[in-house]
Design a binder for this molecule. Structure first.
Ligand code: ADE
Length: 249
């Protein structure tokens, strides 16, 4: 997959995208990340990329010309989603991450200051995405979050090709507790079931823990999960709504 990122602050991306799994993905040719400086496409002598808002108001607005020029010159005759990172966008959820991971190519535009000229949204961008209900100083960190989350779903990027699909959110459930050595740390032992060697029991325990954790922390997620009959029985153990007669015992 190729991702072109358009930003006023290219240096922000250098270390963040050059470590660990993303570094390895690029070395293996699974992911190509190209960061473009919007300023390089500014037309005027002073390379101005922002200007005052028409009609007055706070702050500066990103000008349309450098962004249109940058995207058009990089995209040429090709077509690909052109995504603006903005708090006004569609929320980035796991389903959208997985959808984006199917694309051979993405273009990401990082907004900054008070916003971008509306003509960028209307006539250049194909999607607007938000990473959460808070306002960042710019779209750069949001673009990095998107790249990182999407990269995990490119086949081969993670150690075992399938592992992203078992994670929290991809399965619809939060993952249960995980342990590694030592078996006993400061008197706290690893649950006995995990060292029992009984794979069916371990699988059942893991599913139970995932269901319990999701119910406790993010019950809203359960609505989107295909639950088996056994799952429903497990959930009943933990969940006793107040309006059920035996809930008051
Ligand atoms: N730019 C500023 N805040 C943002 C957010 N929450 N998501 C995406 N882009 C942003």
């Amino acid at each position: 997959m190729r991702i072109d990122i358009f930003t006023l602050f290219p240096a922000m991306f250098f270390s963040a995208l050059q470590e660990s799994i993303l570094k390895r993905a690029q070395q293996r040719g699974l992911l190509t990340l190209i960061v473009h400086s919007i300023r390089d496409y500014a037309l005027d002598r002073h390379q101005m990329t922002d200007d005052l808002p028409y009609g007055g108001g706070e702050g500066m607005i990103l000008k349309p010309e450098p962004i249109f020029r940058a995207v058009r010159s990089v995209l040429g005759q090709a077509t690909a989603p052109v995504i603006l990172l903005t708090p006004q966008g569609r929320p980035l959820k796991s389903a959208l991450v997985q959808e984006l991971a199917q694309q051979p190519r993405l273009l990401l535009i990082c907004g900054h200051y008070e916003g971008v000229d509306e003509r960028v949204r209307r006539y250049l961008v194909t999607d607007e995405i938000s990473i959460g209900d808070y306002v960042l100083t710019g779209g750069e960190l949001a673009a990095m979050v998107l790249v990182d989350a999407v990269a995990r779903f490119i086949p081969g990027v993670l150690g075992a090709a399938e592992s992203a699909h078992h994670d929290s959110y991809a399965s619809g459930l939060l993952e249960g507790p995980q342990y590694t050595r030592p078996l006993v740390f400061e008197n706290w032992a690893v649950p006995e079931v995990l060292v029992s060697g009984n794979h069916a029991r371990i699988a059942r325990w893991k599913r139970t823990m995932a269901l319990q954790r999701t119910l406790e922390r993010r019950p809203d997620l359960l609505e989107g999960v295909m639950l088996t009959g056994e799952d429903v029985e497990i959930l009943k153990q933990f969940h006793r709504p107040m309006d059920e007669p035996d809930a008051m015992e």
